[in-house]
Write a protein that binds this ligand. Structure first.
Ligand SMILES: N[C@@H](CCC[C@H](N)C(=O)O)C(=O)O
Length: 290
């Protein structure tokens, strides 16, 4: 019986099964992803990440054209067997995994270019954690969000970070607790291909020591409620800064059920960019009989 050698990891509780397939000979299928991610009959995870060289996966051609140094590609799949363009928690865990497998050397403060379906992302090692430059984003239309536990539908803003998010603000901490995210929130109009939906409550006071503070829960496309979503936390900070107007800080601490992430907006030669910083943890390795 063939076995898959895997490592289980997480970034603020957003958990992944990772395995290496440098030459692209062991691709994923939707069925295999669903099996691996099943929390009762499989290993259990929010997604699967295959470590493959950019030259060994068709989607990697664009990465190499954008950045010839992007040797490694993050082949990211959601638990339901769909692929996603980007994962902000996953990419930190992915780089940590490549280092642990001896596939990459990265000293503190050094960065590596990683291919993703949302373009090449630079990931820097910063002490115990990692910071990923998520690049540019796009603000989209407002949509109405309906979820169990919300008395009335609320407006949410669309933010495209390579993958799509709809961020909605709620009035107080108790509102976040009373949400039932076992059901898929409805969006009107519904985006083609779906979206991740973030529910956010600001801390009181919002700004402390020059940084803004918000709390978030998320329903991830292709997964359900997760303990954290890196691109979701980034979208939440961008949405709140947009709503807050001028005078809002560029550093945002986002508390999620699984921990804390830091989002920073910064100027660059090609316009404003956004980065995400947080931990990456590898929990255990094993073999899974396929
Ligand atoms: N958890 C991730 C996002 C994973 C992909 C998402 N479910 C999608 O379909 O876009 C993150 O940390 O960003």
């Amino acid at each position: 019986m063939p076995v898959l050698k895997f490592t289980k990891g997480h970034g603020t509780g957003n958990d992944f099964v990772l395995y290496s397939d440098p030459e692209g000979v062991a691709p994923l299928t939707p069925h295999l992803v669903r099996t691996l991610c099943d929390r009762r009959f499989g290993i259990g995870a929010d997604g699967v990440i295959r470590a493959v060289r950019s030259r060994a996966i068709p989607d990697g051609a664009d990465s190499l054209a954008e950045e010839p140094d992007a040797e490694w590609f993050m082949d990211y799949w959601n638990a339901d067997g769909t692929t996603a363009e980007m994962c902000g928690n996953g990419i930190r865990v992915y780089v940590h995994y490549l280092i642990s497998q001896g596939l990459l050397t990265l000293d503190d403060s050094e960065s590596v270019a990683i291919g993703t379906r949302a373009g090449v992302k630079d990931v820097a090692r910063a002490g115990d954690g990692y910071t990923v430059d998520l690049g540019h984003w796009q603000l989209g239309i407002d949509r109405l969000v309906t979820a169990q536990g919300l008395r009335v539908p609320r407006p949410g803003v669309t933010i495209d970070l390579g993958n799509l998010h709809v961020v909605t603000a709620l009035a107080g901490e108790s509102k976040l607790d009373s949400l039932d995210l076992t059901q898929l929130p409805a969006l009107d109009p519904a985006p083609e291909g779906g979206a991740n939906v973030e529910f956010v409550v600001p801390e009181e006071p919002l700004i402390e020591d020059g940084a803004a503070r918000i709390n978030m829960r998320v329903y991830e496309r292709g997964v359900g409620e997760t303990l954290s979503c890196g691109t979701g936390a980034t979208a939440a900070a961008l949405a709140f800064r947009h709503w807050g107007g001028s005078g809002m800080p560029n550093t945002w601490n986002v508390t999620v059920p699984g921990g804390q992430l830091t989002v920073r907006m910064f100027d660059s030669a090609d316009g404003e960019r956004v980065s995400l910083a947080g931990p990456a943890t590898l929990v255990y390795s094993g073999e899974f009989a396929i």
